[in-house]
Design a protein around this ligand. Structure first.
Ligand code: AMP
Length: 218
């Protein structure tokens, strides 16, 4: 059976991580979130972990070499036999080349969760994370119990790259390096564009509908 790969695109704070999690449960496809895997790596007190931390804190991009090694390893895991959902990769032209080389002629679609810079800034201020990978927002997607993850009961925290100055730098980098990739997916007629300014469940419904329209079963 042909594998299915769904790649989430969009600025930081667009809600693509949340949508990737929901789609993963629905489509029974695992997620590769490079941001999540890098945050795990930075928690280890190794030289590599410290280096990654310094880069993430500044809102810059970790080297392609490190990120691509993570992707290669994850793609060979057992659970990747039906396909995969990508969150946060590829983020620049070299990473795109790397991924398209790996995925070949399988079913590959990009889902763009489109939101304005103004909305991004508003959303990231209220974002709360859990070490298990779950994401919440104080106003738009609050946990049932304040400060506690619904899924694993872990304590929620604020990402240190969700500070206003770092958010501005991450947005700038998105426009410079990641946004140009949209053109590639558009030209290859594999772009699913979603209005990410809607509420979470509306965005989810739109994504599922557009995926079904492509003949992919959910
Ligand atoms: P995210 O959780 O996707 O917003 O990623 C958080 C941070 O991890 C980013 O700001 C980057 O510093 C780093 N990162 C995540 N994905 C990548 C990637 N594909 N390439 C380089 N750096 C990345």
């Amino acid at each position: 059976m042909e594998k299915i790969y769904l790649i989430f695109l969009g600025p930081p704070g667009s809600g693509k991580g949340t949508q990737a999690q929901m789609l993963s449960a629905k489509a029974k496809l695992p997620i590769i979130s490079t941001g999540e895997l890098l945050r795990h790596e930075q928690e280890k007190n190794t030289n590599k972990g410290k280096m990654i931390k310094e880069i993430i804190v500044k809102g810059k991009l970790v080297s392609n070499k490190i990120v691509e090694a993570i992707i290669n390893k994850r793609l060979t895991a057992k659970d990747a036999n039906k396909g995969m959902i990508f969150d946060g990769f590829p983020r620049n032209k070299n990473q795109l080349r790397h991924l398209t080389g790996k995925l070949g002629k399988n079913n590959v679609y990009a889902i763009l969760v489109d939101v304005s810079d103004k909305e991004v800034k508003r959303r990231l201020g209220g974002r709360r994370m859990c070490a298990c990978g779950a994401t919440y927002h104080l106003k738009y997607n609050p946990p049932q119990k304040s400060g506690i993850c619904d899924l694993c009961r872990g304590k929620l925290f604020i990402r240190n790259d969700d500070r206003p100055k770092v958010i501005a730098d991450r947005l700038k980098l998105y426009h410079q390096q990641s946004e140009p990739l949209i053109d590639y997916w558009l030209k290859s007629k594999r772009l699913i564009k979603i209005n990410g300014g809607q509420n979470i469940s509306r965005v989810r419904k739109d994504i599922e509908k557009k995926i079904r329209n492509l003949g992919i079963k959910l």
